[in-house]
Design a protein around this ligand. Sequence first.
Ligand code: FAD
Length: 454
Amino acid sequence: MWTDTLIIGAGPTGLSAAYHYRGDYVVVERESRAGGLCRSIYDRGFVFDHAGHIFFTSDPYINDVLTPMLLGENIHWQYREAWVYSKEAYTRYPFQAGTYGLPPGVVKECILGAMEAQRSYRADRRPQNFAEFMEAQWGAGICKHFMAPYNRKIWTVPLQEMSWEWLSGRVPQPNLEEIIDGALQPQPKPMGPNARFAYPLRGGFEALMRGWLRFVDSGRVWLNTRVTAVDPAAHLAVLSDGRTVHYERLISTAPLPEFLQLIAKVPAEVQEAGRQLRTVSVRCVNLGLARADVSERHWIYYPEERPLFHRVFVQSNASPHVAPAGCSSLTAEISYSPTKPLPFEGEALIERAIDDARAVGLLRASDSVLVANEADIPYGYVLPDLRKDAAVARIQEWLRPWGIISAGRFGEWKYLNTDQCFLAGRKAAEQTPAPVTARTFVPPRPAIRLGMGS
Ligand SMILES: Cc1cc2nc3c(=O)[nH]c(=O)nc-3n(C[C@H](O)[C@H](O)[C@H](O)COP(=O)(O)OP(=O)(O)OC[C@H]3O[C@@H](n4cnc5c(N)ncnc54)[C@H](O)[C@@H]3O)c2cc1C
């Protein structure tokens, strides 16, 4: 068959590209449901996500147009309750502005380190890597007690191998006064870009993705179909069911290294650039518990070596409709990679996550676990290592003349959240001019209530 634009992947980027594209398109998705990493997991009345997902944005188009269009009234707004558990104490996130409650010696080290960092700060001295950035930004104490161990745990590689520019707008950066304030008294209100966040009232995070499906032509979204080969010169894609698609332009949201493997003749230096892209995988252990209100928090960071998980997302606090009445649910997130393999698999990993949740006081010995499942995310985080940007630029430069746009979190190999993927999809669509005979663009209909059961 022939299509004007072939879109690989029906995640947030692919769906947004389809919606914003004004010509003829086909979306090919290998999974049985659209949504990519934003799909939810439905298990005996509990709804989990592929790791804790919340929705927030600073973009007016997403806030004012897309969010109401996709979710309508199916939305639940909350102020964030994010905490850190270390030295057997809970402190508010961000750690650097919330050391109140830690042992006095630790608080003192954090403050003295932050003061020293401020004193020796030089605007003309650019940090060379993430480790240097942290030390210059927050000082030795905060690095020792949170930043270094937590980031080493989640990123799985030495922090000297990582860049730091990706942090901008993502991690709150309190000033010295806020650091001292947060040491002397409990932090009064959440700070940072996701201090107030949204989550679908019903249906899990996937409800946001189902929103798109009301605005894109379902006949053009082919599920359970994988793109197995691409011939960029012939503008031809081969699908897992044996069909071939001739396209004019291609938008791929597949992970860049995987996408390169679909193409037969990739120059050696582009292949080498693909091999330089590293990802951090995440394994989620999802637990459904026969106890209400297991925690009043939304999520908790764990910088210490034990527990195994680096973060627990209290899924049942994301919305009142993601766990059965009288129950709670948690997702324990464990990052892994070739440099930090998972120590256990399957039942053993679940048992260990339960033991660790008990050890940190989240679960009681008497708690009964009604549901336990795992979700694996092989491509979880783009590892912002120092060579990444040059490698991505080289690959994109090679793809462009073939009419191929690689977009989205793993297509651009950038730390993008869902809202940024919506924008990435729109940008990819806009960069893909429709032919003169394009169908007329239909503006969004007013959103209707989803009313999905959990
Ligand atoms: C641990 C974790 C926590 C996160 N938390 C948040 C959060 O709180 N808030 C937030 O906004 N975002 C969060 N995100 C990010 C969010 O999940 C991603 O930004 C978003 O899903 C990326 O969208 P995408 O469409 O670019 O890629 P994906 O969601 O990965 O979609 C790509 C799609 O392409 C398909 N595909 C790939 N190859 C092929 C092929 N050959 N043929 C056919 N189909 C193919 C895949 O099956 C997939 O459906 C989180 C991500 C992770 C890993």
